[in-house]
Design a protein around this ligand. Sequence first.
Ligand SMILES: Cc1cc2nc3c(=O)[nH]c(=O)nc-3n(C[C@H](O)[C@H](O)[C@H](O)COP(=O)(O)O)c2cc1C
Length: 214
Amino acid sequence: MTTDLSALRRDYSRRPLNESDCDADPLRQFQKWLDEALSVDGMIEPNAMSLATATREGVPSVRMVLLKGFDERGFRFFTNYESRKAAELEANPRAALCIWWGALERQVRIEGTIERTTTEESDEYFHSRPWYSQIGAAASRQSHPIARREELEQRTLALVARHANQKVPRPDTWGGYRVWPSRIEFWQGRESRLHDRIVYEREAESWRITRLQP
Ligand SMILES: Cc1cc2nc3c(=O)[nH]c(=O)nc-3n(C[C@H](O)[C@H](O)[C@H](O)COP(=O)(O)O)c2cc1C
């Protein structure tokens, strides 16, 4: 016996997305939507996004990460360079991102190629994090098995003792990536599943804008 989800649905009706509302530059369009998401009261982690990667053979995997900035060079997030996602990104440097702003009935999808952020950018962001988060990042070999949680806690305590009242050095195994977008889609929920979808595809000097069927 499982929960019957077949009748669970919601009609979207907040607003349309018209071509005339869309900026010619998808980054400015993204900024506009991000500002609106950030201004919604009670929105949890408005910068959370799913990150899809794939092995060299094309086997996909997906997980949430936090968007930590974007500019014409791409969309930045930070992670462990020895994690499963990093292994996949090093073998196959392409990624897709997906953001769902439910309160606004909006989705943004971003696809592109990947590169690491510079060590300066990784250092700057690492040291902007709370001290205990820096310790936590240094303690964890992300995605690797560990026999018992206590081992992680002991490693953390050892790092706390070692770096007490000091700056935590950024581990070489921790840093950022950016997704340089070739395609960005803005999705706005509409009535009766007739949603609006506006997609930007990168051309040599500009972006081609197309409406897709829902
Ligand atoms: C809301 C949310 C935000 C997250 N943000 C990050 C992040 O910015 N970086 C990160 O490495 N993991 C983040 N995680 C944890 C990842 O989802 C994932 O568990 C971890 O990165 C290991 O993934 P991997 O084994 O596929 O490499 C976040 C999880 C959640 C639920």
